[in-house]
Design a protein around this ligand. Structure first.
Ligand code: PGA
Length: 224
């Protein structure tokens, strides 16, 4: 199984998201090969919009086999936590949640301990966490079965890390064989092939190149 995950971050308006979904749905219906790969469980495409856009994206793409994730999840269980979006609240809406993204670790001072609480909230509510780690200093939690290695210098910079260095890090991290190992950091349609050719990387967490439906769709075609 190959994973292709769109992390829209805080880049799009609702109108942009609507346009994205319309074009992506059209591309899926015009190109059966991507849909077949999804149906054959060879490819999982997961879209992670901002929370308020999730129902719209889900309502329009889930019947095409697209899965939905959030970009974060609360570390709280449930209760009087104004403004929090909990796994308990989201459990019937999303299948995945990105946790520990470096932008949250840096801009929101998220600690490894909080990231662990988020993973446990996901686990308790049947949501699959996608754990982002920057390097060997971030803790790999055994409960997270999907790990996205995202070196900070490569994120949003256009400076993707070489496939050889990604594989080297995979070894250093001692990723268990049963764990899904993803790479993220300036992946685009011009560089994705060097990673797929290794056979060691199970998919991609994509920011910038996920913002345009046609570009993101061409990444899916590279994974067939
Ligand atoms: P990028 O973002 O593809 O723009 O580098 C990846 C990420 O931050 O998940």
């Amino acid at each position: 199984m190959q994973y292709l995950i769109a992390n829209w971050k805080a880049e799009l308006t609702y109108a942009d998201a609507q346009e994205w979904v319309t074009l992506f749905a059209r591309l899926l219906s015009e190109n059966n090969s991507v849909t077949s790969a999804i149906q054959d469980k060879k490819l999982s495409i997961i879209v992670c919009p901002p929370y308020p856009f999730i129902p719209f994206v889900k309502d329009n793409l889930q019947n095409k086999g697209i899965l939905i994730g959030s970009q974060d999840i609360s570390s709280k269980e449930r209760g009087k936590y104004t403004g929090e979006v909990t796994a308990h609240a989201m459990k019937d809406i999303i299948q995945y949640a990105i946790v520990g993204h470096s932008e949250r670790r840096v801009h929101c001072n998220e600690t490894d301990a909080q990231v662990f609480e988020k993973i446990m909230q996901c686990a308790n509510n049947a949501i699959q966490p996608i754990l982002c780690i920057r390097d060997t200093n971030d803790t790999l939690h055994a409960e997270a079965k999907i790990i996205a290695y995202e070196p900070v210098a490569a994120i949003g910079s256009g400076q993707n890390e070489d496939a050889a260095a990604v594989i080297e890090m995979k070894k250093k991290l001692m990723i268990p064989a049963a764990t899904t190992f993803l790479y993220g950091g300036s992946v685009d349609r011009d560089n994705i092939r060097q990673y797929t050719q290794t056979g060691e990387i199970h998919g991609f967490l994509v920011g910038s190149a996920s913002l345009h439906a046609d570009h993101f769709f061409s990444l899916a075609q590279e994974l067939l």
